[in-house]
Design a protein around this ligand. Structure first.
Ligand code: SAM
Length: 324
């Protein structure tokens, strides 16, 4: 790792990748059970002790104060299951530029206004289908889709925008719904320029559970990898403008007034070469790569020097998963 002395030290790994954001998994618990979910690379492990609110805030404080990292995302499991999430957000609002969460949206109606008041800036909401039977199948749950839709509108009304709608493309399950999802984004945007569609490539990972439910065959998730290159080519052909984000070189396509961002990590060396986030697991370990669990760095105290040293140690383990 190379630390550049300036006004503040910066966290830059051996591949020249500077950390600009922290992604905290604050719980491994979830109220849904999506068939493909990697739970931020933790899988469905035994539920142990969750990282404390105090430690989350202290890590964020050190990252911001010492390394100038001022962008935080909460994930999980389902982050809205943490009943201290509002307090956590409040505890860091003064030293962060951008606080967001990725949520399944089921509890958003209840919490959106409170989270916005506490200092949250925006949310991503997972929405893989607008068809109830498919949604239930994908999430292994029932009666939740209407709650999620309501939650999305509550988030928009609370100003947690832009709301990004995260859609993991699953071949033969929801890959015919991109146009429908874009229509839904257009519907949301009647309330302002408030929604973005984010298409996510399925990571066929170690933790998937075999498909169950109506019509399911005993496949592995590998059978559900959609043709992402084809999807991107189609977006490209229809786009009036294309932009590239600094984070993981993600492309954004502007199609018929809808912004569509594409998250395409598999075998994509550009994706890893431009990775600028560090993850913290739900039990308080720094996770240098989503796709690896063999170099986790536990943070065992809220002491500032300890946290600084652990962040620096984790940087030594960072290497691109694709393109090494
Ligand atoms: N419960 C929250 C939610 O539903 O957004 C946060 C946790 S979830 C792990 C965070 C994001 O990871 C979601 O947008 C989800 O779609 C995505 N995700 C989970 N497993 C994935 C996989 N195998 N491949 C690609 N994306 C995945």
């Amino acid at each position: 790792m190379k630390s550049v002395k300036g006004e503040k030290e910066r966290l830059i790994d051996d591949y020249g990748r500077e950390i600009r954001s922290l992604r905290f998994s604050i719980t491994n618990r979830c109220n849904l059970n999506c068939i493909y979910c990697h739970r931020e690379g933790e899988g469905r492990r035994e539920l142990g002790e969750e990282i404390s609110a105090e430690l989350v805030i202290e890590i964020a404080r050190v990252a911001s104060g010492y390394f100038n990292i001022r962008k935080i995302k909460f994930s999980g499991g389902e982050p809205l299951l943490r009943d201290d999430l509002v307090d956590i957000v409040q505890g860091m609002r003064d030293f962060e530029d951008d606080i967001s969460a990725t949520t399944n949206g089921v509890f958003l109606k209840k919490y959106a206004a409170e989270l916005a008041d506490a200092g949250m800036d925006r949310v991503n909401v997972s929405l893989d289908s607008l068809k109830e039977e498919r949604y239930d199948f994908i999430t292994s749950s029932s009666n939740n889709l209407p709650k999620v839709i309501e939650g999305i509108y509550s988030a928009i009304d609370a100003g947690l925008t832009p709301v990004k709608l995260n859609m993991v493309l699953l071949k033969g399950i929801n890959d015919d719904e991109i146009v429908g999802m874009m229509d839904f984004v257009r519907e949301c945007n009647k309330r302002g320029e408030v929604a973005i569609l984010q298409l996510i490539e399925l990571i066929p990972c170690f933790n998937h559970k075999p498909l169950q439910g109506p019509g399911a065959e005993p496949h592995t998730m590998l059978n559900y990898e959609a043709d992402f290159y084809g999807v991107e080519a189609e977006l490209k052909s229809k786009a009036s403008a294309i932009k590239t984000r600094r984070l993981q070189h993600r492309r954004k396509y502007f199609v018929d007034g809808v912004e569509v961002e594409v998250v395409h990590p598999i075998d994509n060396t550009e994706f890893c070469a431009n990775c600028s986030r560090l993850r913290i697991t739900s039990d308080g370990k720094i996770k240098p790569c989503l796709l690896r669990n063999d170099h986790l760095v536990p943070i065992e105290s809220v002491d500032e020097r300890h946290i600084i040293n652990k962040l620096k140690l984790a940087m030594r383990y960072r290497e691109p998963f694709y393109g090494r």
